[in-house]
Design a protein around this ligand. Structure first.
Ligand code: HPA
Length: 270
């Protein structure tokens, strides 16, 4: 496993040159943020040794190197979902490669269903914490000391420092920012009304099919994480309507310039 990670990192070092300190994962419908990245160099996942290849519509599958907020960043356009059939080691492989490259900050975005009754479609939720409901843990199995500790602390999985910066910037720029707990579920079904209700009762504000595995590995790797959910549909009793992947992509597209604005401002400061 270590050799595979290092082989991919070495390949990317040759392609990227100076290594940025920040990597961004762009979720469903949020790939447009790449248009805000200047001086882009794109590396399709298919060309990266050992990288899985993304299959879902709306995830074009490439690594982008360029400038955002005046700083060099690495962005993943498209991620690997558990529901696609990848195991958790594959889902989180890019994070291991980021770790090997020396990335310090991981910014994550996703589309999610909102269970909090005060949420509206198009809201941006700053993720404060998560509940892991995936059936497989990304750290299951042998622990490599070089990668992190056997029993990682998760008391601040989402950096308080970065969250405070995000809140400050949102206030400054008049961007409505919700905050809450993200429930990571395996999908690919959207939730039944009873499941949304269950996720609300256990403490969730939003639910989605990604993010949690990557954030666990980023914490194992001691990276600082900042993550946002775009609320693309509502799992609030009385407001639940039929939802499709296309609806989710549409809603995400509308909110993404605001999320990009927050990310860009933070990147400028770190
Ligand atoms: N549930 C799970 N994943 C999602 C949802 C949802 O309602 N919306 C977008 N991704």
């Amino acid at each position: 496993m270590l050799e595979t990670i290092n082989q991919t990192a070495d390949y990317l070092k040759g392609k990227i040159g100076d290594i940025p300190n920040t990597a961004i994962i762009l979720g469903t419908g949020l790939g447009e943020l790449v248009h805000e990245i200047e001086g882009k160099n794109e590396i399709p996942y298919a060309e990266i040794p050992n990288f899985p290849v993304s299959t879902v519509e709306g995830h074009s599958g490439k690594l982008i190197v360029g400038t955002l907020g005046g700083k060099k960043v690495l962005a993943m356009q498209g991620r690997f979902h558990y529901y696609e059939g990848y195991d958790m080691k594959q889902v989180t492989f890019p994070i291991r490669v980021f770790q090997a490259l020396g990335i310090e900050y991981l910014f994550v975005s996703n589309a999610a269903g909102g269970m909090n009754p005060s949420f509206d479609i198009g809201d941006i939720m700053l993720i404060e914490d998560h509940i892991n409901l995936f059936p497989e843990h990304p750290l299951h199995g042998k622990n490599y000391k070089q990668l992190g500790t056997r029993f990682p602390d998760m008391s601040e999985a989402y950096s308080r420092e970065l969250r405070l910066m995000a809140m400050e910037i949102a206030k400054e720029k008049n961007i409505k920012l919700q905050h809450g707990v993200y429930v990571g579920a395996q999908g690919p079904t959207f939730e039944t009304p009873a499941e949304y209700n269950f996720f609300r009762i256990i403490g969730g504000d939003a639910v989605g099919m990604s993010t949690v595995p990557e954030v666990i590995i980023a914490n194992h790797a001691k990276m600082k994480v900042l993550a946002f959910s775009i609320i693309t549909d509502l799992g609030v009793i009385g407001k639940i309507v039929e939802v499709s992947h296309e609806d989710v992509q549409e809603a995400a597209k509308i909110a993404q310039p605001k999320m990009a604005e927050i990310m860009r401002s933070i990147i400028r400061k770190i």
